[in-house]
Design a protein around this ligand. Structure first.
Ligand SMILES: Nc1ncnc2c1ncn2[C@@H]1O[C@H](COP(=O)(O)OP(=O)(O)OP(=O)(O)O)[C@@H](O)[C@H]1O
Length: 272
């Protein structure tokens, strides 16, 4: 794995400190068994995510991004290697991990409030507490006026805001996001990125984010793992200077564009 050297003078010292390891993957491989053959989707992938960190994975289609996230979510078993969350091996889905997918996964027959309260209802959280938690997260994603709306009455961006609120309401240690804004129009996508950053800064949830969109990964993350396909491996780990996104028109700044080009060339080189 090759590490790019990026000037991180803008990164506040608090972000430079190596934090507590939340997720640790050591040589994780995933081999899918089809009827006739085997397919290695991930080949000895090692990475880590510190507590409260925002880490993205980018890479060409088929490099195993979704497989990786599904393994971390416990939805898919790994074939070999070690994968721990807070030091514990992952052996299935758990309340410590919340998921937000690209496709809208809200319950269509439940209102916004009921969708957000769903996990809390399952856990038997008392009504008063449940209401207060849902109120907090509806406020956080700006949907308090839509508490009684059904998903079909909401736009795509609003549905994803409910999905984020629903995941966070369960107080997960890690938020796993698989192309959550992939189906949104550019304007809504930008607004959602800003919202997610505000939420992350406020709640300090650990976020693992999968995206095709290099610009999105640079804008949101503290670190980006660049993957390559055939077989899926990690090509590079890039530390994103935090100051990068806090300048005006951040995505058009020289440093941002330079970084984007570097990542494109890393991915492009291996897509040939
Ligand atoms: N259940 C499965 N059985 C067999 N092969 C699979 C299975 N799931 C994924 N694969 C293969 O593993 C590889 C990695 O798939 P994965 O969806 O993880 O990649 P990805 O990087 O998320 O792709 P994309 O960006 O296109 O969503 C692909 O070649 C895919 O065809």
């Amino acid at each position: 794995m090759e590490a790019l050297k990026i000037d991180d003078n803008n990164v506040p010292s608090s972000e430079k400190k190596s934090g507590v390891r939340k997720i640790e993957a050591v040589e994780v491989s995933k081999v899918y068994q089809t009827k006739k053959s085997q397919f290695t989707a991930l080949d000895r992938v090692s990475f880590h995510v510190n507590a409260h960190e925002f880490v993205s994975f980018v890479g060409p289609s088929g490099c195993g991004k979704s497989s990786l996230l599904r393994i971390v979510a416990g939805l898919e078993p790994l074939t070999s290697g070690d994968l721990t969350i807070s030091g514990h091996e992952i052996d299935g889905p758990g309340a410590d991990r919340g998921m937000v997918f690209q496709s809208y996964t809200l319950f269509p027959w439940l209102t916004v409030r009921e969708n957000i309260e769903f996990g809390l209802t399952l856990k038997g959280v008392p009504l008063f507490e449940k209401r207060a938690i849902a109120d907090h997260f509806m406020e956080l994603v700006g949907l308090h006026k839509f508490a009684k709306s059904l998903p079909k009455e909401l736009s795509g961006g609003m549905k994803q805001r409910v999905a984020i609120a629903r995941a966070l309401a369960n107080n997960p240690e890690v938020l796993l996001m698989d192309e959550p804004f992939g189906a949104l129009d550019p304007q809504t996508k930008n607004a959602m990125q800003e919202l997610l950053l505000r939420i992350w800064e406020k709640e300090k949830t650990t976020v693992v984010f999968i995206t095709h969109d290099i610009e999105e990964a640079i804008f949101l993350s503290q670190r980006v793992y660049v993957m390559q396909a055939h077989p899926g491996t990690i090509r590079s780990e890039i530390v994103i200077p935090r100051g990068l996104r806090y300048v005006e028109d951040a995505k058009d700044s020289e440093a941002f564009v330079k970084l984007k080009k570097q990542i494109i060339s890393l991915i492009g080189h291996h897509e040939e």
